[in-house]
Write a protein that binds this ligand. Structure first.
Ligand SMILES: C[S@@+](CC[C@H](N)C(=O)[O-])C[C@H]1O[C@@H](n2cnc3c(N)ncnc32)[C@H](O)[C@@H]1O
Length: 250
């Protein structure tokens, strides 16, 4: 388990913050799978520091709930007049049945203690016809991140955290949600230089580094830093994000 209450909460925004245009591209991509009517009410499940939560309120114009178990993350969360942050977790969502039109799980699903129960809870709080977005990595669709080259175990460590697409689809179906046949790929990331990327990644706001063998960290970051110093302005490749769309039947 990754502890999001301590050091992680303090480095999260600097290490993983999103630019306004990245948030807009994400919420715009989600909107393509939802009805055009407004307002729509949304649950951001595992909302962290509210990276996307106020953006959801702007895009969908309804009430937005950010449910987050780690107090350290929740207290830093970005305020918005239509956003309510609630202490809670996926396994026991503190919302009534059929209370939201959409649920976003943005890189939170792999942290759920009980993923099957989390998905049953997602189905419970969705209105009939509502849509849940599982923004995750999938073990069989892992991105080829350039910085994996600095840490020999990073790719394996990352893949081990995630279900395969078929496993995620099976879990969703078991919970009474209808999964898409394929993931949707969303290109929302802003292109960053090698120096900017090093500055973000070296804050270790990614759970990868919580699981890596300790003896890979210093040598890996030393090589990464040397490259960033040599070629600070080199532009880094972009990676689209995978989203599995899950629908609650009417
Ligand atoms: C990588 S962060 C993502 C946060 C936010 N969605 C974002 O994209 O910035 C993962 C979040 O999942 C939360 N989390 C951990 N266990 C959870 C659970 N059982 N239910 C809901 N969220 C959980 C963590 O506390 C953390 O804030």
């Amino acid at each position: 388990m990754v502890d999001y209450d301590g050091r992680m909460s303090q480095v999260y925004t600097a290490g993983r913050g999103m630019a306004v245009e990245e948030v807009r591209r994400w919420t715009g991509a989600l909107a393509e799978h939802l009805p055009e009517r407004r307002p729509l009410d949304v649950l951001d499940l595992g909302s962290g520091t509210g990276r996307l939560t106020p953006g959801l309120a702007e895009e969908f114009q309804g009430q937005v709930y950010g449910v987050e178990p780690a107090e350290g993350m929740r207290v830093l969360a970005a305020a918005h007049p239509r956003v309510t942050y609630l202490a809670g977790s996926a396994e026991a969502i503190p919302l009534p049945e059929a209370s939201v039109d959409a649920v976003l799980m943005f890189l939170s699903f792999h942290h759920f203690r009980d993923q099957a129960q989390g998905l049953r809870e997602v189905r419970r709080v969705l209105r009939p016809g509502g849509v849940a977005f599982l923004r995750s990595q999938f073990a069989d669709l892992m991105p080829d991140l350039f910085w994996y080259e600095y840490f020999p175990s990073a790719r394996t460590v990352d893949a081990a955290m995630y279900p395969t697409l078929a496993e995620a689809q099976a879990m969703a179906a078991e919970a009474g949600l209808v999964p898409g046949e394929e993931v949707v790929w969303v290109s929302a990331e802003k292109q960053r230089t090698l120096r900017e990327t090093y500055e973000r990644v070296s804050l270790r706001a990614l759970s990868t580094f919580e699981h890596l063998p300790a003896d890979e960290l210093d040598p890996g970051f030393a090589r990464f830093a040397a490259d960033a110093q040599r070629e600070p302005e080199r532009m880094m490749p972009l990676h689209p994000g995978a989203v599995l769309v899950l629908t609650r039947p009417r």
